[in-house]
Design a protein around this ligand. Structure first.
Ligand SMILES: [Zn+2]
Length: 238
């Protein structure tokens, strides 16, 4: 486990590769189901994570780099909604985001029983998935939101064609970056933090000095390719 914390009534964790049952490129706590790893072993990994977090139910989503937000109470048991933000106001129900280079975000109501997880890559940053999640939580009535941002590809590694990097920078200036070898890049995590700060949300950037591409404690799509596993973040209300 990379980081685990309890704030108010919300317990949350960011995972790393440790503690699962998968082998090979998915070793060991792979939480992803569409990357070539065996479905049974992934379910056992998800079960382990759920048990460790003490959840009654672990709700996950099929992430599509969009900005759709779903509440756990609207997800029937066994269903996996298509969304990039998953919120909950149900005690005991864990919500899970899965990543390999994209930015995982946990949103917590400090004084309110509400929480959420968000998957944010290049498209999600420009499309405003974090803003959409915060808007939904505030509409619910949350007034004490705080955010934790997890490990992702860093701005010194995430190379993009100049046109794409510039487009991201035009939408979110803080996200425009340069690789350590001097080519156009984006820093999605810095962009997410900037969006959260602009919304007035106290933000802890746990991934500021981590990089999934450089650090083998994490799964990385850019480093490992198609077969990379997925780590994640989970939040549950007590
Ligand atoms: Zn890096």
């Amino acid at each position: 486990m990379f980081h685990r914390d309890t704030v108010g009534r919300v317990e949350f964790a960011f995972t790393d590769r440790e503690g699962g049952l998968s082998d090979g490129p998915w070793e060991s706590l792979n939480l992803g189901t569409s990357n070539g790893d065996g479905p049974d072993v992934v379910e056992r990994n998800l079960g382990r994570l759920g048990d460790e977090m003490g959840v009654d139910r672990l709700v996950r989503m099929t992430q599509v780099h969009g900005a759709d937000v779903v509440w756990s109470r609207d997800v029937s048991p066994g269903d996996i909604p298509v969304a990039d933000a998953l919120l909950t106001d149900e005690p005991g129900v864990g919500v899970l985001v899965r990543v390999a280079d994209c930015t995982p975000v946990v949103l917590v109501g400090l004084d309110e029983p509400v929480a959420g997880v968000v998957h944010c890559g290049r498209e999600g940053l420009v499309g405003g998935v974090v803003l959409a999640a915060v808007a939904a939580l505030r509409e619910w009535g949350a007034e004490s939101l705080a955010a934790w941002v997890g490990p992702r590809a860093c701005g010194g590694c995430y190379e993009l064609p100049e046109e794409m990097a510039d487009a991201v920078g035009a939408a979110v200036p803080a996200a425009r970056s340069t690789t350590s070898w001097g080519t156009p890049a984006v820093d999605i995590g810095a962009g997410v933090v900037a969006q959260l700060v602009e919304l007035g949300i106290p933000t802890t950037d746990l991934g500021a000095h981590e990089c999934t591409i450089e650090d083998e404690r994490f799964f990385s799509y850019r480093r490992q390719g198609q077969d990379s596993g997925r780590f994640g973040a989970v939040a549950v209300i007590r």
